[in-house]
Design a protein around this ligand. Structure first.
Ligand code: BG6
Length: 491
C-alpha cells in the first residue's frame, strides 16, 4: 500500500545549526525522504548555516554522510541522492555577528516567490539574536520561523523568549515543534477519537476509571548529560511531550482540525490542570535518579557517573498523578510516568475503563477485568482494545481478557515516517495544527513551575532507582495507593 503524496509549494529552507546533531540525525534524513517520495518541488532550496567555514561542496559531503548514517543503504542507491544534494548550499554566519548575513540575504533573495522558512536548530539562547538579524537583513517579511524546545526553563524565561521572537515574527508564522505531535500514533489518537462514533460517548468520568501515559526510555543521558542536568525529566519530557499527549486525550472535540480550534481546546485542558505545589507535591509526585544497573544485558553506569559529578539532584524519572478539573474529567486520575534507563523503551497511553457494574457470572469463571484501550506510540505502533471474552471450549463459561490487536506495521505495509517529515512540510503548508501556540507553552510552564519550586524546597533528594528497572518503588506505591497498577503493554 502506498501513501498519497501531494507536492508542497516551492520553498527555501534555511537551517541554522546545519552541522549540528538535530540537522544530521533528523532534518536532513527527513527532507531526503520527502524528496524521495516526490513531495519536494524541483526548485526548492535548502541553505545550511552555521559558524563553521564550509564550502557548498563540503556541506554536501556532510549531508551525504548524514544520509548514509541514518537511512538504509537500499534507499540511497538511485539518482535521488544527487538530486537532493544539489538542492543544498551553505553560508557561514554567526548569530552574534554581522559576517555572512548579507550573503545569506542574497541567497534567499535568489528564490523570489518561494516560501522562506527558517529552522533554528541551534542552542535556544541564539533564537532571539537570530530572529533579530533575520529582521535586520530583511529576511523576516513573509518568513516562517521554526523553533524547538527548550522554550525557556520556566514561565518567566519562556515569556521573555516568546516576546523576543514575537517582535520579529507574528504568532501565525511561529512554528514551535513538539516532535511527539508529529508521531503517527499521536495523530492517530485524533483519528480514533473523532473519526469513530464508538469512543466519544464513553470518553468521560462516567465510563473512564483512569488514564496512564508512559514514555519510558531504556537509554541513559550519555553524551547529553551537560544539557540534561540543567533540565531534568520534568522540563525535558513532562512540560512538553507528556502534557501534549494528555491534552490530546483530554481535550473536548474541536469544531475542526483548524490549528486554532485544536489549540484552543488543548489550552483549556492545560488551564484546568489541578495545581501541584508544596502542599500536595509529596502525595502526587515522585522523582528519581538512576544508579548503576543493567540494560540490554550489559552493565551501565549511574547518572552521576555519566555526569561526572556527585552533587546533582536532577531527576531522570518522574511519576505523577495529574487531574483535569472540569466536568468531563473530575475524579479521573491521569497517571504520568517518564524516565531514562528504565526497563524498556515504550511509549503508550492506556485508557482504563470502569468495571462492569454487576457480574452475572458465577465466581468460578475468573475475574472480570476492565476494558482498556491502549495506544502504543513506540515501538510497534498500534492500538489494542482489551476485552473480556469466553475462553473457547465445551466446558462451560470461563472468561479471559484478550486484546483486539491492531499493529500498524502488520496492517499497513508502509514505512512509518519520522515525525519531522510531517512537521517540516506542515511548516511549508502553513498548517500550525501540530505546533504549540505561545499560550499553550506558557500555560504548561505555569503548571510546571510550582512543582519544580516545591522539589527545590524539598529536603529529600530524588529517589534512587537501579538502571534497567521501572523506577523507584515509590512510583509503584503512588498508583497502588489508589488501588490501581502501572500497566506495561497495557497488560
Ligand atoms: C527529546 C528529549 O525531546 O525526546 C530526549 O529531549 C528524549 O531526552 C527524546 O530522549 C525522546 O524522543 P523519542 O522520539 O525518541 O521518543
Amino acid at each position: 500500500m502506498t501513501s498519497r503524496v501531494i507536492p508542497v509549494a516551492p520553498f527555501t529552507l534555511t537551517v541554522f545549526g546545519a552541522t549540528g546533531d538535530l540537522s544530521r540525525r533528523k532534518l536532513i534524513p527527513a527532507l531526503f525522504h520527502r524528496d524521495l517520495d516526490g513531495q519536494i518541488p524541483d526548485d526548492a532550496a535548502i541553505i545550511g548555516v552555521s559558524r563553521r567555514e564550509l564550502s557548498d561542496e563540503q556541506f554536501r559531503i556532510f549531508a551525504r554522510q548524514a544520509l548514509s548514517d541514518h537511512i538504509p543503504a537500499g534507499e540511497l542507491e538511485g539518482p535521488e541522492v544527487d538530486r537532493f544534494l544539489a538542492r543544498l548550499s551553505y553560508v557561514a554566519a554567526d548569530a552574534d555577528a554581522e559576517g555572512g548575513w548579507s550573503e545569506l540575504a542574497r541567497r534567499v533573495g535568489a528564490f523570489p516567490g518561494h516560501i522562506p522558512v527558517y529552522y533554528l536548530a541551534t542552542a535556544p539562547h541564539l533564537f532571539g539574536p537570530i530572529c533579530e538579524r533575520l529582521g535586520k537583513y530583511g529576511l523576516a517579511a513573509e518568513g516562517r520561523v521554526v523553533i524547538e524546545k527548550p522554550i525557556g526553563k520556566d514561565l518567566k524565561s519562556a515569556v521573555a523568549l516568546n516576546e523576543q521572537i514575537g517582535r520579529i515574527f507574528p504568532e501565525d508564522r511561529v512554528y514551535r515543534i513538539d516532535h511527539y505531535l508529529g508521531k503517527e500514533t499521536v495523530q492517530n489518537l485524533m483519528a480514533l477519537r473523532f473519526a469513530n462514533a464508538l469512543f466519544e460517548p464513553l470518553w468521560n468520568n462516567a465510563h473512564i476509571d483512569h488514564v496512564q501515559i508512559t514514555v519510558a526510555e531504556a537509554l541513559g543521558v550519555e553524551e547529553r548529560a551537560g544539557y540534561y542536568d540543567t533540565a531534568g525529566a520534568m522540563r525535558d519530557m513532562v512540560q512538553n511531550h507528556i502534557l501534549q499527549l494528555l491534552c490530546l486525550v483530554a481535550m473536548e472535540p474541536p469544531a475542526s482540525l483548524d490549528a486554532d480550534a485544536v489549540r484552543d481546546e488543548k489550552l483549556k485542558v492545560l488551564r484546568a490542570l489541578k495545581p501541584v505545589d508544596d502542599l500536595n507535591m509529596a502525595a502526587v509526585t515522585v522523582r528519581g535518579q538512576y544508579r548503576a544497573g543493567a540494560s540490554a544485558g550489559g552493565a551501565v553506569p549511574g547518572y552521576l557517573d555519566e555526569l561526572g559529578s556527585s552533587a546533582s539532584q536532577t531527576e531522570t524519572f518522574v511519576a505523577m498523578k495529574a487531574e483535569v478539573e472540569n466536568w468531563r474529567w473530575a475524579g479521573v486520575p491521569f497517571y504520568l510516568r517518564t524516565g531514562k534507563r528504565l526497563a524498556s523503551r515504550v511509549s503508550e497511553i492506556v485508557v482504563g475503563f470502569k468495571p462492569v457494574p454487576h457480574s452475572v457470572f458465577d465466581t468460578n469463571v475468573g475475574p472480570i477485568e476492565s476494558n482498556r484501550l491502549v495506544i502504543r506510540l513506540q515501538p510497534d505502533e498500534g492500538v489494542k482494545l482489551w476485552l473480556m471474552i469466553k475462553d473457547p471450549g465445551p466446558g462451560g463459561i470461563r472468561l479471559t481478557h484478550v486484546p483486539l490487536d491492531m499493529s500498524f506495521a502488520k496492517a499497513f505495509k508502509v514505512r512509518n515516517p519520522d515525525a519531522y517529515e510531517r512537521l517540516l512540510l506542515d511548516v511549508v503548508r502553513g498548517n500550525q495544527t501540530l505546533f504549540m501556540r505561545r499560550d499553550e507553552v506558557e500555560a504548561a510552564w505555569k503548571w510546571v513551575d510550582p512543582i519544580l519550586e516545591a522539589w527545590r524546597g524539598a529536603k529529600e533528594p530524588p529517589r534512587p532507582y537501579t538502571a534497567g528497572t521501572w523506577g523507584p518503588s515509590a512510583a509503584i506505591a503512588l498508583i497502588e495507593r489508589d488501588g490501581r497498577t502501572w500497566l506495561e503493554d497495557g497488560a
